[in-house]
Design a protein around this ligand. Structure first.
Ligand SMILES: Cc1cc2nc3c(=O)[nH]c(=O)nc-3n(C[C@H](O)[C@H](O)[C@H](O)COP(=O)(O)OP(=O)(O)OC[C@H]3O[C@@H](n4cnc5c(N)ncnc54)[C@H](O)[C@@H]3O)c2cc1C
Length: 428
């Protein structure tokens, strides 16, 4: 096994590479100008998707291996399991075993896709979120089970490739941590391009229909029939065979470890845990930071203060990014606030790029003028958000956006437009 984990091999980087390939080959970004039927490549196959992936992954692994080497970090390939609180047994791919002793340990084993008993994953037309990066062919229709971040990202990437996508989610809503106005805009755009949603009922069974397609029946009796099914409803901590019981540690039902949120120590003080194995937010960005804090604590270095807000990026098509409080949270906290909205088509850059959609919403306190949250949907959202993040964590106010000059023409100008929109409504 090569270094890099799910992030490099089956999760973050592969899904984002697939997204980039899909957007480039489909001509997605140019459709605002040339129309919905515009395509860069008429027939897109799975080989087109995998070509770019291979090159990107090789590069990522090279960079990581070089960083390990440069920083004097020894690596070995093998499966580790605790044999007692201070020793792990590592079984190498050739079957040889080696015991390693340590004063302190960091468990960062991540997760594996959750496989429920009523879905047959040996069927080549039924894939989980690790398998989809090597999708054997591009189907004409796809069911995506689970409207979490991963399910929504893949659903919209395949939809951009003209695959007819149906999303199934047991709850009546999805991505509840995102501002509702952004989700309303998102759903509107997805419905407009034909993505179907079957919300509010869990999957009862998944079987092969007589015509060879995958037939999914929901508990409330609704059915969905598509060429392929992608199951993205949850992941489990990869702790089942880790020998945690030999250290007096146990996990929750999803295989996750509990930690002290300040130091990342588990109940056994010399064993730390970070990344997806400790659960929410389960992002590569936050996992790296957790690992750094745990390492600082383990080696007695001063702990860096945790920033108040970190951004979320959802690399769907269109992408969404958010930092700080949503309008719902602000209202729940009874803060007197005002919102400002900028549509990307109001910026000159957006016009040049042919962007018909995309918006930025900013929320400010009426009392202190402080920025409380930024929510963006559309091209470049995951990059643009960092301006808002900086102002938010530095406790900046609306005046920053009103008084500063932004490069022109840029999408970042949306910050000024949204701030002015809020300023116009604020009591002065
Ligand atoms: C489809 C998808 C898309 C994603 N997109 C994003 C994104 O856009 N942005 C973002 O920030 N995050 C994203 N994530 C989340 C991100 O990939 C994870 O948060 C990140 O990989 C977690 O890192 P980790 O080190 O905790 O675990 P992992 O990356 O899962 O790494 C764990 C490693 O430990 C190894 N391992 C497991 N058990 C053992 C053992 N017993 N002995 C030895 N080794 C073991 C595994 O083989 C693996 O290599 C995505 C995830 C998925 C699945």
């Amino acid at each position: 096994m090569k270094v890099g984990g799910v992030s490099v091999h089956t999760g973050t980087i592969p899904s984002k590479t697939l997204r980039e390939t899909a957007l480039n080959l489909s001509g997605w970004r140019e459709r605002g100008f040339y129309g919905r039927s515009y395509r860069v490549k008429k027939e897109i196959g799975s080989h087109d998707l995998s070509m770019r992936l291979g090159k990107t992954l090789t590069h990522e692994v090279d960079v990581l291996e070089h960083q390990f080497l440069r920083n004097g970090v020894a690596t070995m390939a093998g499966f580790a399991r605790f044999v007692d609180p201070h020793r792990v047994m590592v079984t190498s791919p050739d079957g040889s075993e080696m015991v390693i002793e340590g004063e302190r340990f960091l468990v960062a084993v991540g997760t594996v896709p959750f496989h429920p008993g009523n879905v047959d994953f040996s069927d080549p037309d039924i894939l989980d979120s690790d398998e989809v990066v090597e999708i054997p062919r591009l189907p004409r229709s796809l069911t995506v089970v689970g409207a979490g971040v991963i399910g929504i990202e893949y659903a919209t990437i395949f939809s951009a490739l003209d695959v007819a996508v149906t999303v199934i989610e047991p709850r009546d809503s999805f991505l509840d941590f995102i501002d509702r106005e952004i989700i309303e805009e998102f759903v509107h755009q997805l419905r407009d391009r034909g993505v179907a949603f079957r919300l509010g009922s869990p999957v009862e069974k998944v079987e092969k229909a007589g015509d060879g397609r995958v037939l999914t029946t929901l508990k409330d009796g609704r059915t969905v029939r598509t060429e392929m099914l992608l199951y993205c409803a949850g992941r489990m901590g990869a702790t089942a065979d880790l020998g945690l019981e030999t250290c007096g540690l146990s996990t929750d039902a999803r295989g996750r470890l509990a930690i002290d949120p300040e130091t990342y120590q588990t109940e056994v003080a010399h064993i730390y845990a970070a990344g997806d194995v400790i659960g929410f937010p389960s992002l590569a960005s936050t996992s790296m930071e957790q690992g750094r804090i745990a390492a600082c604590h383990a080696f007695g270095l001063p702990l860096p203060p945790a920033p108040a807000f970190f951004p979320y990026g959802i690399y769907a098509v269109p992408e969404i990014s958010t930092v700080g409080m949503s309008e719902q949270e602000v209202r729940d906290r009874k803060i007197n606030y005002e919102c400002g909205i900028a549509r990307f088509r109001e910026t000159s850059r957006g016009h040049i790029m042919g962007l018909e959609q995309g918006l930025m919403k900013m929320i400010f306190s009426n009392k202190t003028r402080r920025l409380l949250g930024v929510h963006i949907i559309g091209e470049g959202a995951t990059e643009l958000i960092h301006i808002g993040q900086a102002v938010l964590n530095l406790k900046g106010t609306i005046d920053y956006f009103i008084e500063n000059t932004f490069n022109y023409p840029t999408l970042a100008e949306a910050y000024k437009i949204a701030a002015l929109d809020a300023w116009n409504r604020m009591a002065r």
